[in-house]
Design a protein around this ligand. Structure first.
Ligand SMILES: N[C@@H](CCC[C@H](N)C(=O)O)C(=O)O
Length: 276
Protein backbone atom coordinates (compact mmCIF):
# COMPACT_ATOMS: atom_id res chain seq x y z
CA UNK A 1 0.00 0.00 0.00
CA UNK A 2 1.07 3.59 -0.34
CA UNK A 3 0.15 6.94 1.11
CA UNK A 4 1.16 9.63 -1.41
CA UNK A 5 3.85 7.34 -2.82
CA UNK A 6 5.31 6.48 0.60
CA UNK A 7 5.04 2.72 0.11
CA UNK A 8 5.33 -0.13 2.58
CA UNK A 9 4.74 -3.85 2.39
CA UNK A 10 1.86 -4.52 4.81
CA UNK A 11 1.65 -7.90 6.55
CA UNK A 12 -1.63 -9.01 8.10
CA UNK A 13 -0.52 -10.21 11.54
CA UNK A 14 -4.12 -11.22 12.34
CA UNK A 15 -3.34 -14.15 9.99
CA UNK A 16 0.46 -14.44 9.70
CA UNK A 17 3.13 -15.31 12.24
CA UNK A 18 6.63 -13.86 12.00
CA UNK A 19 9.56 -14.31 14.36
CA UNK A 20 10.59 -11.13 16.17
CA UNK A 21 14.26 -11.77 15.38
CA UNK A 22 13.48 -11.95 11.61
CA UNK A 23 11.65 -8.62 11.29
CA UNK A 24 14.60 -6.28 10.65
CA UNK A 25 16.03 -8.56 7.93
CA UNK A 26 12.59 -9.09 6.41
CA UNK A 27 12.12 -5.32 6.12
CA UNK A 28 15.45 -4.97 4.32
CA UNK A 29 14.63 -7.89 1.99
CA UNK A 30 11.08 -6.97 0.98
CA UNK A 31 12.07 -3.32 0.49
CA UNK A 32 14.87 -4.23 -1.95
CA UNK A 33 13.66 -3.18 -5.41
CA UNK A 34 15.82 -5.74 -7.22
CA UNK A 35 15.62 -8.86 -5.04
CA UNK A 36 12.49 -8.10 -3.04
CA UNK A 37 9.27 -6.24 -3.78
CA UNK A 38 10.59 -2.69 -3.45
CA UNK A 39 9.26 -0.26 -0.83
CA UNK A 40 10.21 2.27 1.81
CA UNK A 41 9.94 -0.48 4.44
CA UNK A 42 7.64 -2.96 6.16
CA UNK A 43 4.50 -2.39 8.22
CA UNK A 44 2.85 -5.01 10.40
CA UNK A 45 -0.91 -4.74 10.94
CA UNK A 46 -1.22 -6.42 14.33
CA UNK A 47 -3.91 -7.33 16.84
CA UNK A 48 -3.86 -5.17 19.95
CA UNK A 49 -5.16 -5.76 23.46
CA UNK A 50 -6.17 -2.13 23.90
CA UNK A 51 -7.36 -1.07 20.42
CA UNK A 52 -8.84 -2.76 17.33
CA UNK A 53 -5.43 -2.70 15.63
CA UNK A 54 -1.76 -1.93 16.21
CA UNK A 55 0.85 -0.68 13.71
CA UNK A 56 4.54 -1.59 13.77
CA UNK A 57 6.77 0.11 11.16
CA UNK A 58 10.26 -0.81 9.96
CA UNK A 59 12.30 1.46 7.69
CA UNK A 60 14.06 -0.06 4.66
CA UNK A 61 17.35 -0.25 6.63
CA UNK A 62 15.61 -2.58 9.12
CA UNK A 63 15.33 -0.02 11.94
CA UNK A 64 12.01 0.13 13.76
CA UNK A 65 10.34 3.54 14.14
CA UNK A 66 7.67 4.46 16.65
CA UNK A 67 5.34 6.25 14.26
CA UNK A 68 4.44 6.68 10.59
CA UNK A 69 1.71 9.03 9.40
CA UNK A 70 1.24 7.61 5.91
CA UNK A 71 1.35 4.12 7.42
CA UNK A 72 -1.41 5.00 9.89
CA UNK A 73 -3.79 6.02 7.10
CA UNK A 74 -3.04 2.78 5.22
CA UNK A 75 -3.42 0.66 8.37
CA UNK A 76 -6.79 2.35 9.01
CA UNK A 77 -7.91 1.52 5.45
CA UNK A 78 -6.62 -2.05 5.76
CA UNK A 79 -8.27 -2.67 9.15
CA UNK A 80 -11.62 -1.23 8.02
CA UNK A 81 -11.74 -2.98 4.62
CA UNK A 82 -10.69 -6.33 6.13
CA UNK A 83 -13.42 -6.10 8.76
CA UNK A 84 -11.06 -5.87 11.75
CA UNK A 85 -13.02 -2.80 12.82
CA UNK A 86 -16.63 -1.85 12.08
CA UNK A 87 -16.72 1.73 13.39
CA UNK A 88 -15.60 4.59 11.15
CA UNK A 89 -13.67 6.18 14.00
CA UNK A 90 -11.32 3.95 15.97
CA UNK A 91 -8.04 3.82 17.87
CA UNK A 92 -4.75 2.54 16.46
CA UNK A 93 -1.95 1.53 18.82
CA UNK A 94 1.61 2.51 17.87
CA UNK A 95 4.91 2.31 19.77
CA UNK A 96 4.42 6.05 20.39
CA UNK A 97 0.96 5.60 21.94
CA UNK A 98 -2.61 5.63 20.64
CA UNK A 99 -4.02 7.73 17.81
CA UNK A 100 -7.59 8.05 16.53
CA UNK A 101 -8.36 7.40 12.86
CA UNK A 102 -11.56 8.33 11.01
CA UNK A 103 -12.18 6.77 7.61
CA UNK A 104 -14.13 8.40 4.76
CA UNK A 105 -15.86 5.94 2.46
CA UNK A 106 -16.65 5.79 -1.23
CA UNK A 107 -19.02 2.81 -1.29
CA UNK A 108 -17.24 0.05 0.62
CA UNK A 109 -13.77 1.50 -0.05
CA UNK A 110 -11.88 3.81 2.27
CA UNK A 111 -10.90 6.83 0.20
CA UNK A 112 -9.45 9.26 2.76
CA UNK A 113 -8.43 9.00 6.37
CA UNK A 114 -8.05 11.65 9.05
CA UNK A 115 -5.76 10.76 11.92
CA UNK A 116 -5.66 12.68 15.18
CA UNK A 117 -1.92 12.41 15.71
CA UNK A 118 -2.06 13.86 19.22
CA UNK A 119 0.06 16.77 20.44
CA UNK A 120 3.58 17.36 19.12
CA UNK A 121 6.43 16.91 21.59
CA UNK A 122 8.61 20.01 21.65
CA UNK A 123 10.92 19.62 24.65
CA UNK A 124 14.51 19.25 23.45
CA UNK A 125 15.38 16.22 25.58
CA UNK A 126 12.22 14.41 24.41
CA UNK A 127 12.97 14.93 20.67
CA UNK A 128 15.70 13.81 21.62
CA UNK A 129 18.33 16.45 20.77
CA UNK A 130 21.51 17.34 22.60
CA UNK A 131 22.62 20.94 23.08
CA UNK A 132 22.27 23.94 25.28
CA UNK A 133 19.30 23.97 27.60
CA UNK A 134 16.08 25.33 26.13
CA UNK A 135 12.51 24.18 26.30
CA UNK A 136 12.00 24.26 22.56
CA UNK A 137 14.27 24.17 19.53
CA UNK A 138 12.94 26.88 17.21
CA UNK A 139 15.11 28.26 14.39
CA UNK A 140 18.20 27.23 16.35
CA UNK A 141 21.49 27.71 14.49
CA UNK A 142 22.95 24.28 13.65
CA UNK A 143 26.50 24.17 12.30
CA UNK A 144 27.02 21.48 9.67
CA UNK A 145 29.93 21.18 7.24
CA UNK A 146 30.90 24.84 7.49
CA UNK A 147 27.34 26.12 7.01
CA UNK A 148 24.81 27.20 9.62
CA UNK A 149 21.22 26.04 9.23
CA UNK A 150 18.26 27.19 11.35
CA UNK A 151 16.63 24.05 12.73
CA UNK A 152 13.25 23.65 14.40
CA UNK A 153 12.91 20.26 16.15
CA UNK A 154 9.55 18.53 16.58
CA UNK A 155 8.65 15.00 17.65
CA UNK A 156 5.41 13.43 16.41
CA UNK A 157 6.35 10.27 18.29
CA UNK A 158 9.40 10.19 15.99
CA UNK A 159 12.01 12.95 15.64
CA UNK A 160 12.02 15.63 12.93
CA UNK A 161 14.43 18.49 12.12
CA UNK A 162 12.67 21.11 10.00
CA UNK A 163 14.43 23.83 7.97
CA UNK A 164 12.81 26.61 5.93
CA UNK A 165 14.16 27.32 2.45
CA UNK A 166 13.31 30.05 -0.06
CA UNK A 167 12.92 27.62 -3.00
CA UNK A 168 12.01 23.97 -2.47
CA UNK A 169 13.53 22.96 -5.82
CA UNK A 170 16.94 24.04 -4.47
CA UNK A 171 16.59 22.28 -1.09
CA UNK A 172 19.77 20.29 -0.29
CA UNK A 173 17.88 17.09 0.56
CA UNK A 174 20.52 14.67 -0.74
CA UNK A 175 23.51 16.43 0.82
CA UNK A 176 22.28 17.80 4.16
CA UNK A 177 19.72 14.99 4.66
CA UNK A 178 22.06 12.04 5.29
CA UNK A 179 24.54 14.13 7.30
CA UNK A 180 21.97 15.62 9.65
CA UNK A 181 20.09 12.29 9.93
CA UNK A 182 23.02 10.65 11.75
CA UNK A 183 24.49 13.73 13.45
CA UNK A 184 25.37 12.84 17.08
CA UNK A 185 23.38 15.84 18.30
CA UNK A 186 20.36 13.66 17.48
CA UNK A 187 21.08 10.56 19.62
CA UNK A 188 18.25 8.54 18.01
CA UNK A 189 18.95 10.06 14.59
CA UNK A 190 16.38 12.25 12.89
CA UNK A 191 14.06 12.70 9.90
CA UNK A 192 15.21 15.78 7.97
CA UNK A 193 12.66 18.10 6.32
CA UNK A 194 12.88 21.16 4.07
CA UNK A 195 9.91 23.49 3.78
CA UNK A 196 9.11 26.42 1.49
CA UNK A 197 6.34 28.67 2.79
CA UNK A 198 4.03 29.72 -0.07
CA UNK A 199 1.47 31.29 2.29
CA UNK A 200 0.30 30.63 5.87
CA UNK A 201 -1.94 27.84 4.55
CA UNK A 202 0.32 26.35 1.86
CA UNK A 203 3.74 24.73 2.20
CA UNK A 204 6.06 22.83 -0.15
CA UNK A 205 7.86 19.94 1.54
CA UNK A 206 10.75 17.55 0.86
CA UNK A 207 12.12 14.89 3.17
CA UNK A 208 15.14 12.74 3.90
CA UNK A 209 13.70 10.04 6.12
CA UNK A 210 15.66 8.45 8.94
CA UNK A 211 16.33 4.84 7.91
CA UNK A 212 14.88 5.17 4.40
CA UNK A 213 16.42 8.22 2.67
CA UNK A 214 14.41 10.27 0.17
CA UNK A 215 10.75 9.26 0.08
CA UNK A 216 7.79 10.68 -1.82
CA UNK A 217 6.04 11.70 1.38
CA UNK A 218 6.23 11.58 5.16
CA UNK A 219 3.02 12.06 7.16
CA UNK A 220 4.63 12.69 10.53
CA UNK A 221 7.08 14.99 8.73
CA UNK A 222 4.22 17.02 7.21
CA UNK A 223 2.70 17.37 10.70
CA UNK A 224 6.09 18.46 12.07
CA UNK A 225 6.46 20.96 9.17
CA UNK A 226 3.16 22.66 10.01
CA UNK A 227 3.97 22.75 13.74
CA UNK A 228 7.37 24.27 12.88
CA UNK A 229 5.71 26.77 10.54
CA UNK A 230 3.42 27.92 13.38
CA UNK A 231 6.30 28.05 15.89
CA UNK A 232 8.27 30.23 13.44
CA UNK A 233 5.30 32.56 12.85
CA UNK A 234 4.64 31.52 9.22
CA UNK A 235 1.32 29.70 9.79
CA UNK A 236 -1.47 29.84 12.35
CA UNK A 237 -2.87 27.30 14.77
CA UNK A 238 -6.51 26.44 14.09
CA UNK A 239 -6.23 26.63 10.26
CA UNK A 240 -6.00 23.93 7.60
CA UNK A 241 -2.58 23.94 5.95
CA UNK A 242 -2.07 22.20 2.60
CA UNK A 243 1.32 20.52 2.44
CA UNK A 244 2.54 19.69 -1.07
CA UNK A 245 4.76 16.61 -0.92
CA UNK A 246 6.48 14.91 -3.87
CA UNK A 247 3.73 12.26 -3.99
CA UNK A 248 0.72 14.53 -3.41
CA UNK A 249 -0.99 16.72 -0.82
CA UNK A 250 -1.85 16.36 2.85
CA UNK A 251 -4.12 18.64 4.87
CA UNK A 252 -2.65 19.30 8.31
CA UNK A 253 -4.47 21.18 11.05
CA UNK A 254 -2.83 22.04 14.39
CA UNK A 255 -5.89 22.49 16.57
CA UNK A 256 -6.12 25.09 19.32
CA UNK A 257 -6.29 22.24 21.89
CA UNK A 258 -2.82 21.12 20.75
CA UNK A 259 -3.77 18.05 18.68
CA UNK A 260 -2.50 17.74 15.12
CA UNK A 261 -4.92 16.32 12.52
CA UNK A 262 -3.62 14.79 9.30
CA UNK A 263 -5.95 14.07 6.35
CA UNK A 264 -5.02 12.31 3.13
CA UNK A 265 -5.39 9.28 0.90
CA UNK A 266 -4.36 5.66 1.23
CA UNK A 267 -4.09 3.19 -1.65
CA UNK A 268 -3.73 -0.54 -2.18
CA UNK A 269 -1.16 -1.42 -4.89
CA UNK A 270 -1.46 -5.21 -4.94
CA UNK A 271 -1.90 -8.24 -2.72
CA UNK A 272 0.04 -11.49 -2.88
CA UNK A 273 2.46 -14.05 -1.53
CA UNK A 274 6.10 -13.26 -0.74
CA UNK A 275 8.58 -16.15 -1.06
CA UNK A 276 11.73 -15.92 1.10
N1 LIG B 1 7.15 7.75 6.33
C1 LIG B 1 6.72 7.87 7.64
C2 LIG B 1 7.73 7.89 8.74
C3 LIG B 1 8.49 6.56 8.82
C4 LIG B 1 9.44 6.45 9.99
C5 LIG B 1 10.58 7.41 9.93
N2 LIG B 1 11.46 7.17 8.82
C6 LIG B 1 11.39 7.31 11.24
O1 LIG B 1 12.38 6.58 11.31
O2 LIG B 1 11.00 7.98 12.22
C7 LIG B 1 5.56 8.84 7.83
O3 LIG B 1 4.73 8.91 6.91
O4 LIG B 1 5.41 9.46 8.89
Amino acid sequence: MHGLGNSYIYVDMFKEQLKEEDLADLAIQVADQHKGIGSDGLILVCPSEQAPVKMRIFNNDGSEAKNCGNGLRCVAKFAYEHGYVQEKTFQIETLAGFVEATVELNGAQVERVTVDMGAPILAREAIPMLGTASDQVVAEPFALDGATLDVTAVSMGNPHAVMFVPDITEAPVETVGPKMEKDPRFPEWVNVEFVEVVSPTELHFRVWERGSGITQACGTGACAAVVASVLNGFSNKGEDVTVHLLGGDLIIHWREDGHVLMTGGAEVICEGVYYR
